[in-house]
Design a protein around this ligand. Structure first.
Ligand code: LLP
Length: 438
């Protein structure tokens, strides 16, 4: 996918760069980001949601993968940014991202984070709960500001790929529940507050959603709620943020529909409800994370120890693992992989890819067919762009990998590899331990 191809040496190439050469030059593990595919993904969302509806916004959920360079690309592609912490907000501002296109999420924003958002006049603050609503109004009053806000509604459905389930409705840490009247009360109350400007509603139903079916269920619920708000409070909702969750194909088991098609069906549905319910057509906001960056990322590893338990399993260990990709261990996620220096060779043996960290659950791929593999081979694990680097840790004191952006044969470092020195940089030895007594 993207700019991936096999070059004349039989090596995997991304963005015109030989991945075996990348591994040699930058070391492994290495995150490789295909700039062209990243931009294509941005454009698919832009074309699907915004081209025909200029009032709409597509905001990249930066939790999926955020660095300052990525912020630059997102800005250039005319998308907004969804941040969920002071750290993400800081990164965006440092990268010069336009504050008015930043949307601030989170179910427990601190006082300091809200002050930072207010000081920088960011676009929208998505208010999650009563505590935050009151705190924000109070802080804004003191700072003489009136931030634009959305109320986050917990719509009571949860999507899993193409299914959705009603979740007993109220049991979620996020948002004001719809079905016990809390969301309506919050909106009524927010409209009375002087230092917040309520402009819209937000909801988010899940992740890895492959078609418009679950989104239409969400749209039905939210548009009916908008109708109720109009009847009860006389307030017309201007903006409706439907969250993220658009799925990608990690393996051939996954079959997501093209984003333009999903977008078209969602916008059609919003239109129909606004006509049939006789409410103003709201501007639509979506928050894709994984579907923007997921398939644009590949992780390169070097193969080390290989251990065969005859008749049972062949473990192929690489020089990273759950510290750079925790998704297999945490969610049972599945990945596809290619031996980068043997990209054209037939896949002849079933192996399992293990990490190098000290626990048995540290596996990257269970049971994959690969060409005959040996120490020193470069293994490329595909579609690791989302929630790999962003969820990386220093477990076992492994330095976090570097990330390079590749395009047209050029590779630029966008995150430097951590060093051992970085690992101890924040360590402090208290005075009384400095002269250790033996
Ligand atoms: N908006 C909200 C309010 C969210 O909570 C999320 C994801 C998104 C947007 C972006 O969702 P996406 O389009 O990326 O699916 N660590 C997990 C995923 C957690 C998603 C949390 N919220 C994983 O690795 O699969």
């Amino acid at each position: 996918h993207g700019t991936m191809r096999i070059n004349s040496k039989g090596h995997l190439e991304i963005g015109g760069c030989d991945t075996v050469a990348l591994a040699k030059k930058f070391g492994t593990p290495l995150y490789v980001i295909d700039e062209e595919l990243l931009r294509q993904n941005c454009r698919a969302f832009y074309n699907g949601f915004k081209r025909d509806y200029p009032g709409n916004e597509v905001i990249y959920a930066s939790k999926a993968f955020m660095t300052m360079a990525i912020c630059k690309i997102i800005e250039e592609e005319n998308l907004g940014l969804d941040v969920v912490s002071g750290g993400e907000l800081y990164t965006a501002l440092k990268a010069g991202f336009p504050p008015e296109k930043i949307y601030f999420h989170g179910n427990n924003k601190s006082r300091e984070e809200l002050i930072m958002a207010l000081e920088n006049d960011i676009g929208k603050i998505i208010v999650d709960n009563w505590h935050e609503l009151n705190m924000l109004n109070e802080l804004a009053r003191k700072m003489n500001k009136v931030p634009n806000i959305y109320i986050r509604v917990s719509p009571g459905i949860e999507a899993h790929t193409h299914q959705y389930v009603k979740t007993g409705q109220i049991d979620s840490k996020f948002g004001f529940p719809l079905f016990n009247g809390d969301a309506m009360r919050a909106i009524e109350y927010a409209l009375t507050l002087k230092n917040v400007n309520l402009v819209g509603l937000h909801s988010h139903i899940g992740s890895q959603i492959f078609d418009s079916y679950s989104y239409k269920a969400e749209i039905e619920i939210m548009m009916n709620f908008i109708k109720l708000i109009k009847e009860f409070l006389g307030w017309e909702v201007e903006e409706l943020d439907l969250g993220g969750g658009f799925g990608i194909a990690y393996t051939e088991e996954d079959d997501p529909q093209p984003i333009e098609k999903i977008a078209h069906e969602m916008m059609q549905s919003v239109k129909e409800y606004s006509v049939s319910l006789n409410v103003k057509m709201p501007k639509i906001i979506v928050e894709p994370g994984r579907s923007i960056i997921g398939n644009a990322g590949t992780t390169l590893y070097t193969v080390g120890a290989i251990k065969e338990i005859p008749g049972i399993r062949k473990y192929v260990a690489v020089d990273g693992g759950m510290s750079d990709n925790i998704r297999t261990a945490l969610y049972g996620a599945k990945y596809e992989a290619i031996v980068a220096n043997k990209a054209r060779l037939p896949r002849v043996e079933k192996v399992s890819i293990a990490g190098k960290l000290c626990e048995s659950g540290d596996m990257l791929i269970w049971d994959i067919l690969l060409p005959e593999i040996e120490e020193g081979d470069i293994l490329a694990v595909l579609s690791t762009g989302a929630y790999n680097y962003s969820m990386a840790s220093n477990y076992n004191r492994l330095p976090r990998p570097a990330a390079v952006l590749v395009s047209n044969g050029q590779a630029d470092v966008i995150v430097e590899r951590e060093t051992y020195e970085d690992l101890v940089r924040k360590d402090v030895i208290p005075e009384r331990l400095l002269s250790v007594k033996r």
